[in-house]
Write a protein that binds this ligand. Structure first.
Ligand SMILES: Nc1ncnc2c1ncn2[C@@H]1O[C@H](COP(=O)(O)OP(=O)(O)OP(=O)(O)O)[C@@H](O)[C@H]1O
Ligand SMILES: [Mg+2]
Length: 241
């Protein structure tokens, strides 16, 4: 697959993003926040709760255009997104949730995705019949079903048991290595970010800005506990700056 070159780069430059508050005065959530991801790169956006990570993902997805600055998405622009809540269509079965998101995908490809996320037994279930973890897996499968050029994942592994989260992280790694896609993953979990990402983008402050942007050059499979600990220490020192 030749998803290289400038086409699939993501460039984010938010001069300011504010929300109106109850008192009427705007609250600035993001200010002078810039970073970019190269084609096929996996970036992890890490920051404290409420700092503006989901806000930033919505801006990048184009779901909220009320901000100043400029965001350049991959040119061909198919977007796969996992929201912080799974947001499945409740009156459609699992397979239909995938089909509706990806009407051009062939049946075999969707079946392979269900298999990859261990969802085959739940193919014809409705979202109301699924546990939280199953619903999250469906949301992940749906994001991949569109064969995205840009993948935005908002805490996709939160509140899953440790074994399932580990399995799904491995599945995500396998998928992005098999078919590279420019990916931005939001997480609170610094170790998760270090395991998965090529780049750590650490947010801090109010309004949030990029406190550190750290490249991880070692291959995902070669990251030892010692290396992860070293990168974690480096990242924490930078957040504290
Ligand atoms: N629609 C909105 N109107 C007003 N304020 C909002 C709105 N959405 C988010 N906020 C505020 O903007 C700030 C950032 O929210 P956001 O959901 O982006 O944070 P987050 O980093 O994703 O948090 P978490 O890690 O808890 O998911 C918060 O203070 C939140 O209360
Ligand atoms: Mg959030």
């Amino acid at each position: 697959m030749s998803r290289v070159g400038g086409l699939e780069r993501l460039d984010v430059r938010v001069a300011e993003k504010a929300y109106p508050s109850a008192t009427g005065a705007p609250v600035v959530v993001l200010r002078e926040l810039s970073f970019g991801l190269n084609a096929g790169e996996v970036g992890a956006l890490v920051g404290p709760s409420g700092c503006g990570k989901s806000t930033l993902l919505r801006l990048i997805a184009g779901l909220d255009v009320e901000f100043s600055g400029a965001i350049t998405r991959p040119a061909r622009g198919r977007l796969g997104m996992v929201f912080q809540e799974p947001r499945l269509l409740p009156w459609r079965s699992v397979i239909d949730n995938l089909r509706i998101a990806a009407p051009k995908a062939d049946g075999a490809a969707l079946d392979a995705l269900l298999d990859a996320f261990h969802l085959t037994a739940h193919r014809d279930h409705y979202p109301g019949e699924l546990s939280g973890g199953l619903a999250r897996r469906v949301a992940l499968a749906r994001a991949f079903a569109v064969e995205p050029e840009l993948l935005l994942l908002d805490e996709p592994f939160v509140s899953l048991d440790a074994a399932l989260a580990t399995r799904l992280r491995a599945e995500l790694i396998a998928m992005v290595e098999r078919s590279p896609v420019t990916t931005l993953l939001v997480t609170h979990d610094l170790d998760e970010a270090i395991m998965l990402a090529d780049r750590l983008i650490l947010l801090s402050g109010q309004p949030a800005r990029v406190a550190a942007d750290i490249a991880i050059r070692e291959k995902r499979g070669d990251r030892s506990p010692a290396l992860i600990a070293e990168i974690r220490a480096r990242a924490l020192a930078r957040i504290g700056d």
